[in-house]
Design a protein around this ligand. Sequence first.
Ligand code: GDP
Length: 308
Amino acid sequence: RKIETAMFETLTDKLQRSFKSLRGQGTLTDENINDALRDIRVALLEADVNLTVARDLIEQVRAKAIGASVATALNPSEQIVKIVSDELLNVLGRDTAKFKFASQPPTVILMAGLQGSGKTTSSGKLATWLKKGGHRPLLVSVDVYRPAAREQLKVVAQSVGAAIYEGAYDAATDNNTAAVLRLAKAAYKEARNFAHDILIVDTAGRLGIDEALMDEMAALKKELNPSEILFVADAMTGQDAVNSAKAFNDRLQITGAILTKMDGDSRGGAALSIRQITGAPIKFLGTGEKPDAFEPFHPDRIVGRILG
Ligand code: GDP
């Protein structure tokens, strides 16, 4: 189970090196703390951790390292590793974020994000994960603008054996927000009538943030009152993913993020900043193209892997 560490290899390597420099030291002193912090800062920035997040983290580590007790069984290197680990957990959230269900079924999950981020793939993965948990999810794509996107969700649904709502729809006229809302409402009704306890709504992605998209997402949120608005972020896109997460959160108040393509070979640090920037926790990781390459996000395990 090492798949998603590819994403953090750079960070792990660089941090290891900065900790190593402390290994020969007897105690933590102002001087060796400063040296280590400088190296850790470089490691974070090179791994693409957001500048503000890196700076805050370093300051927290500094405050704790300077106050660290001299009478400890840990050597300076171990002390710093422990402090960095604690602070990374503060950034990522200490606990595994819970998945929120509605008090009255069906629970609605709105999948948000840019085109290509992995929304459709993740919708199928989420359905698979929920089915394993004994749920009966219904999928719907409300991307009335791209028939290919709706067809893709259908293929995904079939491949994982999940139910999909297609609805009546006329490509010539049904290509506006009114049609999106109509489709969403009909899917909700279908879920309720056929005892699906969860409705997963795959939305239209755009290439970049645009106001029309945000207006439509806000209208969908109002219409469906979703328990979860999950922002799907392509971890490979670094700071861009963080900036989009912020834009979506400012408008929609996302409830969590799904980081996709964690199996990719990238610097990974940016993705770690999403919670600090939006306040919304990472809830799932996508670790490959297959429907089961998906897992709940456990901050402690990730931090353990990053720190080696
Ligand atoms: P959407 O436009 O947001 O719906 O994105 P898609 O679900 O179509 O995904 C875009 C591409 O990314 C597809 O080729 C997916 O197979 C791929 N993809 C999605 N999630 C992952 C992942 O976790 N790992 C890898 N390696 N590829 C992924």
